[in-house]
Ligand binder design. Structure first.
Ligand code: HEC
Ligand code: HEC
Ligand code: HEC
Ligand code: HEC
Ligand code: HEC
Ligand code: HEC
Ligand code: HEC
Length: 335
């Protein structure tokens, strides 16, 4: 065990340890994608499925990938374009709400690859990884055969946003140094001490490491992964930006003109999976709009606010997000 592993086990208790006292949050978190953002490939249902499939034909390249499971570890090969190369698939990212994308991390070279195929639970099929149409051209005999090459920094940022704990850059990249999923302690800080004290009836003595008291600090915590203005590509198109909820909220007059009163919790339980109950969403808008200081809708005060002011926008084929920049869109006024 490394000093880093020791540090982690001394400070972090793990989600399971919270269940006995915070059953409600624990159960909600199990429903949320946060509890399944980063899984060892060998522990996934997809690994079994690939072993049964044996091969997969790329939809855009003249290329067939072959899968083999050896002691549950999934290996991928392309004997025609990359003879003699066998890539062990290390991690699976994404809960499956939209898509699950595998990556392979090679500790010996400190580099890796985002594989060209992903799993799409809605169609129950393996297909092209989102955005990989940009990598249709490839050089046989290189890692490009398998997908988008990743350097050390790419892998760390990828795993960093999908994990509870990730090792500092001073340590070499090793898969066992990461604690997967966006667990309780990613948002509440290491809590082992809290658990120990709570067992002695002294839970309140340990101060929370992360605070959600102001709307700014709240949204910044989420933006570390969900992204705001500081972390989006300035050349991104409007469609690319719809998946970055903090970016959208921070632009909305609902946020700007109600200082401190609007956070993600106004509309979501941060522990739970997103509710699709439209009546509840509309009520959340009407907390402010519908009498009181905020304006009522001159168009349809009893209509489905979300359809018009937070429409579902396709981000990539088959994956859509609700635009969190709540506004009167220009197209709407022209109609
Ligand atoms: C043995 C019971 C117990 C366990 C186990 C426990 N807690 Fe708590 N927790 C409490 C109690 C009691 C409070 C209320 C403390 C207070 O404010 O006086 C609390 C408060 C909290 C709060 C709100 C106040 C704050 O400090 O931020 C958070 C967040 C929290 N716990 C997170 C966790 C997490 C995460 C875990 C698992 C790693 C955990 N707790 C495990 C008993 C427990
Ligand atoms: C460490 C990175 C990280 C942080 C911090 C984070 N998230 Fe997430 N969040 C993710 C990832 C990754 C997913 C995608 C999960 C999946 O694959 O379904 C996600 C998904 C979600 C979902 C959808 C869950 C579902 O099942 O429908 C909500 C809602 C959400 N996050 C809200 C928040 C809020 C609110 C905060 C801040 C309090 C926050 N997140 C902080 C990484 C993060
Ligand atoms: C800046 C933080 C960040 C980085 C870096 C990042 N992700 Fe994510 N990822 C997220 C968040 C946040 C979500 C949740 C999106 C949502 O539902 O709003 C997500 C969702 C996903 C999903 C679920 C499907 C989807 O599109 O919602 C997959 C798969 C995924 N990421 C794979 C990856 C892979 C592979 C990498 C690295 C090559 C990566 N991510 C890098 C933050 C990040
Ligand atoms: C994505 C970030 C995130 C994750 C993951 C997360 N929480 Fe929270 N939690 C929050 C936020 C934000 C609040 C503040 C609630 C609010 O203002 O709506 C909170 C509040 C709490 C509270 C105080 C509730 C109250 O009513 O005062 C407890 C207890 C808690 N969380 C426990 C947990 C436990 C246990 C887990 C894991 C099973 C967990 N949280 C996972 C973001 C998170
Ligand atoms: C915390 C209070 C609050 C909540 C919740 C809220 N808003 Fe707002 N919203 C405001 C305020 C304040 C303004 C700016 C002044 C005004 O128009 O009343 C505003 C402005 C708007 C505007 C005009 C924006 C523009 O481009 O001029 C729209 C549209 C809007 N809100 C829709 C919504 C919808 C839809 C929801 C629910 C998804 C929602 N709001 C939730 C407070 C809120
Ligand atoms: C059919 C589409 C549609 C629905 C449904 C709808 N709106 Fe609107 N809303 C509009 C349009 C278009 C405008 C701009 C109208 C104008 O400027 O005359 C608007 C304007 C607004 C404004 C700005 C008013 C102002 O004077 O600045 C607010 C706030 C608003 N809507 C809130 C809501 C809320 C809350 C709901 C749900 C209860 C809702 N809207 C439902 C289309 C819609
Ligand atoms: C004013 C209300 C409101 C606020 C504030 C809000 N959301 Fe949402 N969010 C929604 C609605 C409505 C949906 C769509 C629910 C549905 O599917 O019917 C949604 C959906 C989502 C989804 C699922 C993916 C998608 O786009 O459909 C994620 C993830 C999410 N929100 C994260 C966040 C985060 C993170 C924040 C804070 C930065 C936030 N939301 C703030 C209303 C809100």
């Amino acid at each position: 065990m490394t000093a880093w592993n020791a540090f982690v086990s001394t400070n972090f208790a793990g989600d399971q340890a919270c269940a006995e006292c915070h059953e409600k949050e624990y159960q909600a978190h199990l429903r949320s994608g946060h509890s399944r953002t980063l899984t060892r490939m060998r522990e996934t249902v997809l690994a079994e499925r690939l072993a049964e499939m044996k091969s997969y034909q790329d939809p855009r390249r003249e290329q067939t990938f072959e899968f083999e499971a050896i002691e549950n570890q999934i290996f991928v090969r392309d004997p025609i374009h990359a003879p003699g190369v066998t890539v062990p698939v290390t991690w699976l990212l994404g809960s499956g709400t939209h898509a699950q994308t595998p990556i392979a991390v090679d500790e010996s070279t400190q580099s890796g690859v985002e594989l060209r195929w992903s799993f799409f639970p809605r169609s129950e099929a393996v297909g092209l990884t989102p955005d990989h149409q940009r990598y249709d051209d490839f050089e046989p005999g290189t890692i490009d055969c398998f997908g988008r090459p990743m350097d050390n920094a790419d892998i760390r940022s990828c795993l960093g946003c999908h994990s509870t704990v990730s090792p500092p850059p001073s340590l070499p990249l090793r898969n066992d140094l990461f604690v997967g999923n966006v667990g309780c302690e990613r948002c509440h800080g290491p809590r082992k001490k809290h658990v120990e004290l709570a067992h002695q009836g002294r839970a309140g003595e340990i101060k929370p490491l992360l605070r959600y008291e102001t709307a700014e600090t709240y949204i910044e915590t989420c933006a570390a992964c969900h992204r705001d203005e500081s972390s989006v590509d300035p050349n991104a198109t409007a469609n690319e930006l719809v998946r970055f909820q903090p970016y959208g909220i921070q632009r909305s007059r609902c946020y700007l003109e109600t200082p401190g009163h609007l956070t993600c919790s106004t509309c979501h339980d941060p522990h739970d999976t997103v509710s699709h109950d439209r009546a509840t969403s509309i009520e959340q808008c009407q907390q402010c709009h519908g009498g009181g200081p905020s304006a009522e809708c001159p168009q349809q005060p009893d209509g489905d606010c979300i359809d018009c002011h937070m429409p579902l926008v396709e981000w990539t084929t088959g994956i859509a997000f609700h635009d969190h920049w709540i506004r009167v869109q220009t197209a709407m006024v022209q109609e």
